[in-house]
Design a protein around this ligand. Structure first.
Ligand SMILES: [Zn+2]
Length: 376
């Protein structure tokens, strides 16, 4: 089947992360089985009780306790939601060399290209095993990939993780971490400040310290990134109940993207030490830190054979990404991982998301040659 046709069928299946991905997983299972691959479903229930499927398809080996593959192509099946006013979100529309639909760029374009590449190849002639991995819940915290890394259905030597990079190979990525900081105070009538303690004022003092932490983290540089340090953002703040009440509670959301090699705990240690300093000045200072996400970054050597191969095939030097990907989980499964796919991350997650038609086609060629070079 032509890659455009496959993409058109993939985007027609609504697979927004909040819904079950059973339908798109069934479609992919059918396509993989038609090519003679062995397919296994790895189902789980998400936190809302909705069934989700990670799907693994193998060529040249079977599922066992020690399945090993030479190359895994990895794509996530879920998409971000779309504006109901975008009535064509699940219909692939081609206009001026671009293919528009939700997921066309992130990441169904890559999945369509991977299926087309595998279809083109005489699989029986491959000497080393190949896997296709389709995950769930990437957009809501890499949950499917994390499940798969825990289940360890296979080990992989190399993996290509599909994300829109305009076909530039990306050999490193920053991590993604989130924490909610709950600062407590003591409520009182605002006319009698001595009776209370404002959680908002306490939070404000803590934020000043958080800004100092951000400055400190700028000193730890990783020159492959732009910006070359861990970034830190207080993106949300909520506190107080009324204008004439001294605030009893203030919550702030801290998001940081650590450079590879710097664990998520680095910032948390600095935060705890800032809290300890604040307590020296204000012994009643009370605060809880709830770190809900601590995804570390990833990096593979610029001299990895996979990096060399993909640089040669795409004519582009390997770079780095500042957004979260499933490469870290693939590294847990033993793989040297590179992120690569058609389309640009800047149009992903937007209405009128698209993938350029020629890039989609070139992705098929790149993946075909990559499979041939690595598995033959
Ligand atoms: Zn994606």
């Amino acid at each position: 089947m032509a890659v455009k046709e496959t993409l058109s069928e993939l985007v027609a299946i609504d697979s927004v992360s909040s819904h079950s991905n059973v339908e798109i997983a069934s479609y992919l299972k059918m396509r993989c089985e038609a090519m003679g691959l062995k397919v296994k479903r790895f189902p789980y229930m998400d936190e809302k009780g909705v069934e989700k499927i990670n799907l693994v398809a193998l060529n040249g080996t079977d599922f066992s306790d020690s399945t090993e593959v030479e190359l895994a192509l990895v794509g996530h099946t879920d998409t971000v939601p779309y504006d109901p006013k975008w009535t064509d979100a699940t219909t692939l529309i081609e206009r001026e060399g671009k293919l528009f639909a939700r997921g066309a760029c992130d990441t169904k374009g890559f999945i369509a290209a991977a299926l087309s590449a595998v279809e083109r190849i005489d699989l029986k002639s491959l000497l080393r095993p190949l896997a296709l991995i389709f995950t769930a819940d990437e957009e809501v915290g890499l949950i499917g990939a994390k499940r798969l890394a825990e289940a360890r259905p296979l080990r992989a030597r190399y993996s290509i993780v599909g994300e829109p990079t305009s076909l530039q190979p990306m050999r490193a990525g920053k991590g993604y971490c989130l924490a909610e900081v709950i600062v407590r105070g003591r409520e009182a009538h605002s006319a009698y400040p001595a009776l209370g303690a404002s959680a908002i004022s306490r939070a404000a003092r803590l934020i000043v310290r958080v800004e100092k932490i951000a400055e400190e983290l700028r000193e730890e540089q990783h020159s492959s990134f732009d910006p070359p340090f861990t970034t830190l953002n207080v993106g949300l703040i909520r506190g107080g109940t009324a204008k004439n009440v001294i605030a009893g509670e203030c919550r702030l959301t801290l998001e940081w993207r650590p450079i590879p090699g710097q664990g998520s705990e680095r910032l948390l240690e600095l935060l705890w030490s800032a809290i300890a300093d604040e307590r020296k000045l204000d012994p009643d200072f009370e605060c809880v830190v709830d770190a809900s996400r601590t995804d570390s970054g990833f990096e593979i050597s610029p001299t990895s054979p996979l990096v060399h191969l993909l640089e040669k095939l795409t004519g582009k030097r390997a770079g780095t990404v500042a957004f979260g990907t499933e490469a870290a989980q693939m590294i847990e499964l033993g793989a040297d991982s590179v992120v690569l796919g058609p389309g640009n991350i800047r149009v992903a997650h937007k209405t009128d998301e698209y993938v350029p038609t020629d890039e989609l086609q070139r992705c098929v060629d790149t993946l075909t040659t990559a499979i041939d070079s690595i598995c033959r």
